[in-house]
Design a protein around this ligand. Structure first.
Ligand SMILES: Cc1cc2nc3c(=O)[nH]c(=O)nc-3n(C[C@H](O)[C@H](O)[C@H](O)COP(=O)(O)OP(=O)(O)OC[C@H]3O[C@@H](n4cnc5c(N)ncnc54)[C@H](O)[C@@H]3O)c2cc1C
Length: 440
């Protein structure tokens, strides 16, 4: 319930099995927010980060679950002001039927607006629209010293740059002012195309990005670079719905994985079978209309899908490689993955555009990004060491929202503004991720 303070509450992240004991504060309203003076604390949204970026084990979490109110909405301009705990799922359900949509959406809607700002999340349209922070007009930051700062690109701009993508370390974002974008329907025009080989991906993707707002490829990570099998999905918001369909389709019903099986259902056998079936079922080339729900958030149909990885949980590996080393780097990553014979049901490959990152610590930057899920096993952890060496050699970066095991050395080389960022940190705030990156 809102307003509750609970001691020793178990909290999980999306990937790590945990649970990890925390003292949890759940203020019922902004007026009730009291940031602790006696313990380190961290803001916590819906816990959809995979690793330790939203954890503060043994210390305090300030959960924004009840700080989820709409404050103002201008239906003529699409400017929304809300509390930071508002889930994107609610925002889209409420405002899509009014013709407004977030300019950037991640692969799940089960995230809060504050969480989306603090990780400066990206979507399938980075080449066209940048990341979430590019559409934040302003925010309010509450700090341990009792101050509340208004920040925007014009007001306290350095605080703004530190807080967008700032991993919750600058304080508690309480309010966000967001520019939404107009859409004429809840449907997407999608161009589907199968490809074989990394060269084919680069060629098709360049064409897709020139013509379409959204572009992403699902690849079979076990197929290597030259024989790479994949499906490119390019999309744009459609002007109208298919015949007889509602212009703004309601969200689909969700099923769920009720229990954690005693072992991971993801293994080399199930992986090969699924990836092969997915590739062969996709049309060689097709154009279709898909609802926004199916195009952007197919995984949201299955609540708790992370349970299929069993009691040890899952690790996600998401990196970005800069344009000049993207091709050689990703070839080497695909070679390592094929040799290891492990990886995701569906790995994601996409390029980020050249727009400079919004925040001091933003992950999304020009280059090629690859994201895969793995069962958490000792073999996978040692594979990650090899992948990390390859990412470091290519001058790339790991995504803190997904990372649970990356080294401080790789983080510091990939986030050179980490030193400068320290100036803007809230002295009362800490996180598992920050402590891991500060370890000698
Ligand atoms: C299935 C799935 C698909 C995903 N797809 C994408 C994707 O396509 N692109 C992408 O970029 N990410 C993606 N993610 C990651 C996800 O979007 C981010 O981890 C997001 O930040 C989670 O939001 P949350 O509300 O759950 O925040 P949490 O995970 O609870 O917290 C994330 C960070 O935000 C901070 N934070 C949260 N609320 C506040 C606040 N009010 N004030 C200050 N700091 C705060 C926390 O301290 C923490 O550092 C995906 C995750 C899943 C599970």
């Amino acid at each position: 319930m809102g307003g509750a303070v609970t001691a020793h509450t178990p909290v999980r992240s999306w990937g790590l099995p945990g649970p990890f004991a925390h003292r949890v504060l759940q203020p019922a309203s902004l007026a009730e927010v009291r940031l602790p003076a006696d313990d380190s604390w961290l803001a916590h949204g819906l816990g959809r980060s995979y690793g330790d970026v939203a954890l503060n084990a043994g210390h305090t979490l300030v959960c924004t679950r009840w700080l989820d109110r709409y404050l103002a909405f201008d239906a003529a301009t699409g400017v929304l002001e809300c509390e930071a705990g508002l889930p994107l799922a609610r925002l889209v359900e409420d405002l899509l039927p009014r013709g407004w949509f977030p300019a950037v959406v991640p692969g799940t809607l089960q995230v809060t607006v504050g969480g989306a700002v603090a990780n400066d999340v990206h979507g399938k349209n980075h080449h066209a629209m940048g990341s979430f922070g590019d559409h934040v007009l302003g925010l309010t930051l509450k700090r341990s010293d009792g101050s509340a700062l208004e920040c925007s690109p014009d007001e306290n701009p350095q605080w703004f740059e530190a807080t967008v993508g700032g991993l919750g370390l600058t304080g508690l974002i309480t309010r966000v002012r967001l520019q939404l974008r107009p859409v004429a329907s809840g449907w997407m025009r999608v161009a589907v195309q199968r490809f074989r080989g990394l060269d084919a991906f680069f060629a098709l993707n360049a064409q897709a990005e020139a013509k379409h707002e959204y572009a992403v490829a699902w690849i079979d990570c076990l197929s290597g670079a030259d024989a790479l099998r994949g499906v490119l999905l390019a999309g744009d918001h459609a002007d109208a719905a298919p015949d007889a369909a509602p212009r703004f389709p309601p969200p689909p019903r969700r099923a769920g994985v009720p229990l954690t099986p005693p072992f991971s259902l993801v293994n080399p056998l199930s992986l090969r079978a699924f990836n092969s079936a997915y590739f062969h079922r996709a049309p060689d080339r097709a154009e279709l209309l898909q609802s926004v729900w199916d195009y952007f958030w197919p995984l949201d149909r299955l609540a708790n899908w992370n349970r299929i990885y069993g009691p040890r949980g899952l690790l996600q590996y998401q990196c970005v490689l800069p344009p000049q080393s993207a091709e050689t780097g990703v070839r080497e990553l695909l070679r390592l993955l094929r040799a290891a014979g492990s990886g995701s049901f569906l790995a994601v490959l996409k390029t980020f555009g050249a727009r400079p990152p919004r925040g001091l610590l933003s992950f999304a930057r020009a280059g090629l990004t690859l994201a895969l899920d793995f069962p958490d096993t000792p073999r996978v952890r040692s594979l990650f060491t090899q992948l990390d060496a390859c990412v470091a050699a290519a001058g790339g970066a790991l995504y803190p929202a997904k990372d649970a095991v990356g080294s401080p050395a790789l983080f510091r080389s990939a986030y050179p503004r980490w030193g400068e960022f320290q100036r803007w940190r809230d002295a009362g705030v800490s996180s598992g991720f920050a402590r891991r990156m500060e370890a000698a």
